[in-house]
Design a binder for this molecule. Structure first.
Ligand code: ZN
Length: 153
């Protein structure tokens, strides 16, 4: 390998690492307390757990977009959230599925804006400690079976 090639591949690796760092730091978190204060008509709570929602209940007013079919349902989710100020994602612990789906939505909304299909993007955040943290701190849990829960706490 020519030394020039080696330098180039190092630069590419570094650029990729920087892009990944940006990617992973792009999600911000809210606490359960902050969410309880935020809830209202301009806030959407998106539950991306899978079968757990049916057994464990959910945050009142949240909508269910399970992570295993998330990509397919993205257009529907975008319709639901495009006029909101804030979209709060969570899964059980908000470690993997929640942040991952939050990034996907963010990416799609930003593309829609750059293509002129949307004017603005709501702020997208993740609920710290997820549904389990929410329930463990004694916050209200709804047990209806609606995909888009319309109950209030
Ligand atoms: Zn409900």
């Amino acid at each position: 390998m020519e030394s020039g090639d080696e330098t180039r591949s190092h630069i590419q690796l570094r650029a990729r690492a920087a892009a990944m760092a940006g990617y992973y730091s792009s999600v911000s978190y809210v606490s359960g307390q902050q969410l309880a204060g935020l809830q209202g008509s301009k806030v959407a709570v998106v539950d991306v757990r899978d079968e757990e929602r049916a057994y464990d209940g959910h945050i009142a007013g949240s909508m269910h977009f399970s992570s295993d079919s998330f990509e397919v349902k993205l257009p529907k989710l975008i319709e639901e959230v495009k006029n909101k100020d804030t979209v709060v994602f969570h899964c059980s612990f908000s470690q993997v599925r929640g942040p991952k789906c939050a990034r996907k939505l963010n990416e799609h909304l930003k593309n829609a804006v750059s293509e002129g299909k949307l004017e603005k993007v709501p702020s997208i955040v993740v609920l710290e400690r997820g549904f389990n943290g929410w329930a463990a701190s004694g916050r209200p849990v709804c047990t209806c079976q609606d995909l888009v829960c319309t109950h209030t706490a």
